[in-house]
Write a protein that binds this ligand. Structure first.
Ligand SMILES: Cc1cc2nc3c(=O)[nH]c(=O)nc-3n(C[C@H](O)[C@H](O)[C@H](O)COP(=O)(O)OP(=O)(O)OC[C@H]3O[C@@H](n4cnc5c(N)ncnc54)[C@H](O)[C@@H]3O)c2cc1C
Length: 489
């Protein structure tokens, strides 16, 4: 008996009428790599993947999706850790990775015009010979794209001194749901009207598709030196961070790693870290020689006063690179000590670092899951890595609950539920903890102004009020604080 073929998907036929076949991926095996992003605990096969090669193709896809009421999930490199690029089951995944050309470098005006799929690290590599670089440097910079950085308002080691993505973008071109091209921002210092450029930063693919970005380039500093300070107590290390910055020093990078992270990174890349320390700080100071020398002396003094047991200044560029390579490789190094890890991302006021790290250690005991901390301490941007085994279904659920409590803790001490990884699907319920109904209603109104049909990255980042009502009813029982030991901020 012959089996009849399934009817062709009308959406795919529609896309085939406006795009070359080489841009359309619709068989399940080839679509498999797109079923998740860096938050691999959440997976969903899309209806179809489009690999756009031109801006005109992006416009054509948007028009088809608007006409057919099809959800669109933009995707850069898929390194999001909050499920921002996770597909919608009835939708198109629109990959911008092939739009990866550097269109123009303007050394005189210190800016570069890029397609959205240009990798973050490729920007600095392309302008190195001019003595310039692009400052925001997420640890994923070897892979993540500038379009994804804009959509997540990405941060990195150097953002403490040089600002997040939002502070380093001059102009963005975006394709709207109806397929029009709009441009926000300017290469001049100011632009009239609402600051819609800032609105796009961290908008998680919900307002339009970023198709061109003008980034600010900075001159490379004359010198950059790294101090490594070891502590026998993690709370002391946290307090040292706040004290150094309060003294007026703004390090170009100020990172912390706890014992678990130190050990894993050291075993992985031999960075030269003291493996018996409870925590280390990496404090980078950059600028002109005399200024850096003076700041090193001042920082050393404060670090000793705040309890550092050992302080080392990287002797040369090789040692500087080694110190940083431990930090940059700390995430992959977790694979050596745990089958899986769940990376949280929350921000707290710096002065709460010691306090909150101690609470996280307590929560680790409560959930019976180990945790490694490696993070942008200067920004108060925590990245607790909760170690678990995905083969034990109960463990992922526990890891998520543990992570949720960490985010509640961040809000309780006056911080936020995200520092740089975005909200995505991962933290959508925690938006109900961070914001009241009136604020969330304004978020939804902004979203609807750009996307009245609700087709751009639906069910991400901005919860409905009904969802919040349900979450809040289940979440805070009888008006108890999530962390009774801490006062509501
Ligand atoms: C090991 C590791 C380390 C990391 N370290 C950092 C870090 O230090 N700092 C940091 O900020 N992040 C970090 N991240 C998270 C991630 O790399 C960033 O969020 C990055 O900005 C995502 O870029 P991407 O190109 O991979 O975007 P994707 O993951 O593909 O997408 C991210 C979001 O952007 C949207 N999007 C993508 N492209 C576009 C576009 N052209 N137009 C509109 N919307 C778009 C997507 O819909 C999604 O919502 C890390 C991730 C990993 C895996």
């Amino acid at each position: 008996m012959s089996r009849s073929k399934p009817a062709p998907d009308p959406l795919i036929k529609h896309l085939q009428s406006v795009l070359p076949d080489s841009c359309i991926v619709s068989d399940p095996v080839s679509m498999k790599p797109y079923e998740c992003d860096g938050l691999s605990g959440y997976r969903q096969m899309p209806r179809v993947v489009v690999l756009a090669e031109t801006v005109e193709q992006v416009q054509a896809v948007m028009r088809v999706c608007q006409q057919t009421g099809t959800p669109i999930v933009p995707r850069g490199a898929g390194t999001s850790l909050s499920g921002g690029a996770m597909p919608h089951k009835n939708g198109v995944v629109l990959s911008l990775a092939r739009l990866n050309r550097i269109l123009h470098i303007d050394a005189q005006n210190r800016c570069a015009t890029l397609q959205p799929g240009v990798r973050n690290l490729a920007i600095s590599e392309a302008v190195e010979h001019l003595g310039l670089y692009y400052a925001p440097d997420p640890s994923s910079q070897i892979a993540c794209t500038i379009g994804g950085n804009v959509a997540e308002n990405a941060g990195g080691v150097h953002c403490l001194k040089y600002g997040l993505t939002v502070h380093n973008i001059l102009q963005v071109k975006m394709v709207t749901l109806s397929g029009e091209i709009v441009s926000f921002g300017s290469t001049a210092l100011d632009a009239p009207g609402y600051d819609l450029l800032a609105l796009l930063m961290g908008s998680e693919g919900m307002l339009g598709i970023v198709v061109e970005v003008v980034v600010r380039l900075l001159p490379r500093p004359d010198v950059a030196r790294v101090l490594m300070a070891a502590f026998d107590d993690i709370e002391k290390a946290g307090n040292a961070v706040a004290t150094v910055i309060a003294s007026g020093i703004i390090p170009s990078g100020f990172e912390m790693m706890d014992q678990a992270a130190i050990q894993a990174a050291e075993d992985f890349v031999s960075a030269g870290y003291p493996v018996d320390a409870a925590a280390i700080l990496l404090c980078e100071l950059d600028g002109v020689e005399e200024e850096v020398t003076a700041q090193i002396e001042k920082a050393k003094k404060i670090l000793v006063e705040t309890g550092a047991t050992d302080i080392r200044l990287a002797r040369d560029e090789n040692e500087t690179r080694r110190f940083w390579s431990g930090r940059k490789n700390a995430f992959p190094a977790m694979g050596r000590i745990s089958p899986d890890y769940y990376c949280m991302d929350g921000t707290i006021p710096r002065k709460e670092l010691g306090n909150v790290l101690t609470s996280i250690a307590r929560l680790s005991e409560k959930y019976g899951l180990r945790v490694a901390n490696v993070f942008h301490a200067g920004d108060g941007n925590l990245h607790p890595l909760i170690l678990y085994d995905a083969n034990q279904p109960e463990e992922f659920r526990k890891a998520e609950e543990f992570g949720g409590e960490i985010l509640d803790l961040c809000v309780t001490v006056g911080g936020t539920i995200t520092g740089e990884h975005g909200v995505g699907v991962e933290k959508i319920d925690r938006m109900c903890v961070q914001f009241d109904s009136a604020s969330l209603a304004q978020f939804r109104a902004v979203r609807l102004a750009f996307d009245p049909q609700g087709l751009l990255n639906p069910d991400k980042a901005v919860p409905t009020l009904a969802r919040c009502a349900e979450f809040n009813a289940m979440h805070v029982h009888h008006g108890e604080l999530p962390h009774p030991e801490l006062e509501r901020f």
